[in-house]
Design a protein around this ligand. Sequence first.
Ligand SMILES: Nc1ncnc2c1ncn2[C@@H]1O[C@H](COP(=O)(O)OP(=O)(O)OP(=O)(O)O)[C@@H](O)[C@H]1O
Length: 643
Amino acid sequence: MLISSETEEITLPSTEVKECSTSSPVGSNPDSLNGLPPPPDLPDSPSLSTIFCDVNVVPEHEKSQLEQSIHKLQGEIAELRLMLRSIDEKRRETLNKIIDIKGSIRVFCRVRPFLWTDKRRTPEPILSELDRVIVTSSGSRKEFGFDKIFHQEANQDDVFVDVEPILRSALDGHNVSILAYGQTGTGKTFTMDGTTVQPGIVPRALKELFQQVSSDKSFSYTFSMSMLEVYMGNLRDLLASKPALRTNETVSRCNLNIQTDPKGSVEIEGLTQVEIPDFAKARWWYTKGRRARSTSWTNVNEASSRSHCLTRIVISRRGDTPEAKPKISKLWMVDLGGSERLLKTGATGQTLDEGRAINLSLSALGDVIAALRRKKGHVPYRNSKLTQILKDSLGVGSKVLMLVHISPCQEDLEETICSLSFAKRAKAVDSSRGLPEDLKKLREKRISELEENMREVEEECQKLANQISKAEFLLSENRKLYSTAYGVPDESAEKNPENHEEDAKTHVIETPRVTQKPIQQSIHRSLPRFMSSTVASRERQSAAEKDIVTRARTFRPRARSSTQLSGFQSLSFSDNRFGSLLRHSVKNSRFKDTNGPAIESPKCNDSSSLKTTSLSRSKVVTSSDPNLRVKLGHHRRRMSDFV
Ligand SMILES: Nc1ncnc2c1ncn2[C@@H]1O[C@H](COP(=O)(O)OP(=O)(O)OP(=O)(O)O)[C@@H](O)[C@H]1O
């Protein structure tokens, strides 16, 4: 009768009588599901047809046939989902095994190519091989081993290929940290943010997350994003709505508190957390955060280049049943502050303080990672704000990826050796290096077996996902038809959240702050006592806030500028899996193309940030150290690449 997977495709206005097919409803034929042609690119599929009939001539027995078909399809979809869930479970276990064998803390090294400003000398001091870097300095030779090395010619794609599996882990429910470490100017920001034409890890990861969940039929996911900066031991919210300058809010957003609950989960009080329903919204917020960082850098002088910039994606994964508790995981992507040797730069005053703060926190990070790697009992998380924030995403059950960046230049050699030594410490012990040859071979063999296994399971998952997509399409067409023919409202369409306008809104969730008076009482009621701030800690906080205001005033710019980043405008990754199916069949689909303009999100609440003004490019460098001044000037030029 109405829609068949067997008849030729005929699409007619819904209520006109053109033809009545005598074939059975969609899905009632066993071939309609099991013999589905992969993948379900529906517009080109010859097996589907849409034939609309006049309701007045539809015989009663066909109504029940259609009902049966709908019922059957529902059952088949449920069954397929169950199968997919169990195969997906296998996939997750396999991936976890691979990551565990390779090491849950992986350290990669990326060697920056020579820039036109570099003085190139031969012979070059750095030689990078497959899994080691050899440094030759004044006749001595040092070797540093890594899990992976990206040579000077490696591009952003090459790097992302090795980052991708850890993102899958984040979707599977593990907390994940991706950290870019290295001397100033070695390419940390390039690796994490990238440029318009060469997007880095963060924009690619955002795109990839949405792509991966669009094909995941066994769970539903929601993402939310936060961005913050750690400057001189203080936390600054980068996604907070822009308050008027000099208000208390400006100050309070500069010093957020970190809380840990009894289960060890870390939360940052008052930190803005925005829902990101799609990639377009995600990149809008990310651009906003990046802009806030560069603004702070111009307003409070070198702040952002002398700070750690952290992007957090909170992933909430739900199963089929609404009553099941969602699994929450965190993905941190961190552009660490540049590691400098202060004696060498001869920094003084503010610059010295900043350098010290960064070095202290980096060394605390190194201590934590080394302790975790050695599986030592005590892990010194409390030694810096950075490690306190990342506590639940560095430890047991988490996956850590550190990308150490080095310069290829002779004049940076000492810094390079420091960075490589840091990496060596972080990767000490738990590595295949030092293992006997036969054990190494066994390990490699096991990894390739698991990877092969993983590929098979992924193919299986993909097949099932395709079948579910097809079955869902058939179901929705049958439902539509039923509703048109018999005047019964299509309940599933009403329930579908994709049809809800509300879904398009951006929700800003803010973790409550204990320092805000009206919220304070409820916090005291809801938080365990040990998590509430004490009088002493509040005093410390208000002293720190005053300090920040003083610093901000001291460093008020002579010419204020703001940089508008448009790093994503030319991003275009293709989702070739279901794109055409959904473009043609499902309105308002979550698969829809997200390559919209970068700074455009009319649905976002913060209208102020939508204004794009003509921005001054003048930048002031006020470092107390002449050497550093040159470096920072250089850095600013690099920052302006994003303008
Ligand atoms: N792999 C690369 N390919 C091409 N250019 C690169 C690469 N890595 C870095 N660069 C260039 O080198 C310069 C310095 O890079 P970047 O600003 O990312 O360094 P950084 O380590 O983040 O510095 P800072 O610590 O000061 O923030 C930039 O102009 C960047 O475009």
